[in-house]
Design a protein around this ligand. Sequence first.
Ligand SMILES: CSC[C@@H](O)[C@@H](O)C(=O)COP(=O)(O)O
Ligand SMILES: [Zn+2]
Length: 218
Amino acid sequence: MPTTSPANTALPYDADALARTADAIAALTRELAALGWTPATSSNFSARLDERHAAITVSGRDKGRLGRADIMVVDFAGKPVATDQRPSAETLLHTQLYARFAEVGCVLHTHSRVQTVASRLYAPEGRVRLEGYELLKAFHGNTTHEAAIDLPVLPNTQDMPFLAAQVERLLDAGPLWGYLIDGHGLYAWGRDIAEARRHLDAFDFLLACELDLRTLRR
Ligand SMILES: CSC[C@@H](O)[C@@H](O)C(=O)COP(=O)(O)O
Ligand SMILES: [Zn+2]
């Protein structure tokens, strides 16, 4: 007796894995939306399903109210798989990371106020230097507050292939767990959902510290 339906067996990915991943993404995005980090349907989220597929949010949905039907599958070229839903407008910025790094398991993009303000302030420098903070140890591979991390700031554009090419150049330059886009928001990733969330939280907290210091030192 078959344990899966014919429709499920025809899928090129594991439907149970998609359901579990979609539930995890929806739970996470509800928390981030409650923090005010996903205003006006902005932000997008994904997690790796296997070596060829990722689950990603459908474009334009309210990220505070996601259910399983709001999360779909794409391949690493960013093309929808077994669905006619439209993936996030920024899908390429997710899939390029899965395609390039087997260790990347989750990519998170938010539009918090701190991220957006910092992106505007630091765009002329092209980076935010984060150094001297204990919280730098939140980033995988960092073991001391004496480290410094440069969070790059890229110019915004609606041309995703062009933006993805700029990201490739950043990735060529060395290890990275995130970047800002000017006037837009933050991308952060990790080996799994929990680590990507930790990196996202750490970037947002450290950016808030930098903004506070700029104000207090004026
Ligand atoms: C609602 S404006 C924000 C969008 O343009 C975009 O930057 C964004 O983050 C969400 O796009 P989406 O296509 O829903 O993934
Ligand atoms: Zn965005």
